[in-house]
Design a protein around this ligand. Sequence first.
Ligand SMILES: [Ca+2]
Ligand SMILES: [Ca+2]
Length: 170
Amino acid sequence: MLPPERQSGSNTTVELTATPDPGYLFSKWTGDANPLTVRLDTNKTINAIFVPDGRDPDTDGLTNYQELVVYHTNPDVWDTDDDGFSDGYEVTSGFIPTDPNSSPNTQLVIYTAVEVRFGAGLGKSYRVESSMDLVNWAPVEEHLAGTGGMIARLYSLQEIPKRYFRSVRE
Ligand SMILES: [Ca+2]
Ligand SMILES: [Ca+2]
């Protein structure tokens, strides 16, 4: 990561500049600033410290380090393969952000749901509650406006496959 060494004689002064690889940032020299001016009066060991670049200028959820080093996406483009999904979303959902043929467009998930229907008077307000044990009840939806007939609501069973429901007038 350092420029080629300059051949210099004893007691000359050289200036070292630390240039990070793509995806990294220069952090510090062990003990000084960048650029570092060194007088060659003895043998010296100098280390440049580089850190992963954690910035995310295109706000796609991947850091510059992840884009340039890990996934080889464009750190300045939110959707590198132009399939309508951000690089970060593709990575977290298991798709390839540089291949438009690997796209969450192909993803379809089906969950079962329960339909809850209850009589709701016009001008009245209701909430739906659920319980695992018929003792402790927690609101699922609140402030449902009555219609003077039946209200029907759908609740996914993905997270909680089995529970009781009731409607309560507020
Ligand atoms: Ca990014
Ligand atoms: Ca994409």
